[in-house]
Design a protein around this ligand. Structure first.
Ligand SMILES: *[C@@H]1O[C@H](CO)[C@@H](O)[C@H](O)[C@H]1NC(C)=O
Ligand SMILES: *[C@@H]1O[C@H](CO)[C@@H](O)[C@H](O)[C@H]1NC(C)=O
Ligand SMILES: *[C@@H]1O[C@H](CO)[C@@H](O)[C@H](O)[C@H]1NC(C)=O
Ligand SMILES: *[C@@H]1O[C@H](CO)[C@@H](O)[C@H](O)[C@H]1NC(C)=O
Length: 184
């Protein structure tokens, strides 16, 4: 009797495994080189320094802690920065990057970003939410696109940062290569 129960249990497990493997086999594997949508945009961060009120689009809301001398550990910056299609600061913005970053290592320049790209143009309406570590010593850094709304409904993907220019403490520009692998 008990062996009959065992047998039917084994048959059931095998059936479940077969169904699962056929489902996995028919689902297209994600290929890194083949995003379903791609956007390359430039992010301009002009930090408020006490005098550039008209031009600044970001400001430190918590200062460095003094834990280290040069890497600004603990400094938190809130931004509402323009995103442009080319690297000119004064090109018409196609989106706004709204969020924050903070410096989080005492012996190197690294930061952690969390922000939303807000699109409100005839080309795109909606948002993309991006977060992750910006390990600035690396030439390129991959952050996660964790979701989206509107034209980017339920999007997921990778946003690759590349430092385009770093002009002293008060202006830097990042090239953001946004590749989406889930598009609806
Ligand atoms: C503040 O930044 C502006 C450029 O954005 C620069 O012209 C000015 O000299 C800076 N002021 C100080 C006090 O660093
Ligand atoms: C501020 O922006 C204006 C244009 O919006 C530009 O002409 C001016 O040079 C900028 N000032 C600084 C200090 O960057
Ligand atoms: C931030 O801290 C640095 C030292 O770590 C200091 O030189 C600077 O004046 C501080 N800035 C503000 C706005 O408190
Ligand atoms: C988006 O653009 C429309 C039309 O230009 C405008 O009426 C609306 O206020 C904008 N929304 C936001 C959140 O900026």
């Amino acid at each position: 009797m008990s062996s009959l129960v065992e047998k039917s249990f084994i048959v059931m497990v095998l059936t479940i495994m077969l169904v699962c493997s056929s489902v996995l086999a028919t689902k297209n594997p994600i290929q890194e080189s083949k995003p379903c949508k791609r956007l390359v945009l430039y992010y301009h961060d002009t930090l408020f320094n006490g005098t550039d009120v008209a031009n600044a689009t970001s400001a430190a809301v918590a200062n460095a802690t003094g834990l280290d001398k040069e890497h600004k550990f603990g400094m938190l910056v809130v931004f509402n920065d323009p995103m442009t299609k080319d690297h000119h600061l004064l090109s018409p913005p196609v989106a706004k990057a709204q969020g924050f970053y903070f410096y989080d290592m005492k012996d190197a320049y690294t930061a952690w970003f969390a922000y939303t790209l807000v699109f409100n143009s005839s080309e795109h309406k909606g948002t993309l939410n991006i977060m992750g570590a910006d390990l600035m010593n690396d030439e390129t850094r991959d952050l996660s696109v964790v979701g989206g709304t509107g034209d980017f409904f339920m999007a997921r993907g990778i946003c690759t940062f590349r430092t385009d220019t770093f002009q002293g403490d008060f202006y830097f520009r990042l090239k953001m290569d946004i590749k989406l692998y889930e598009c609806y």
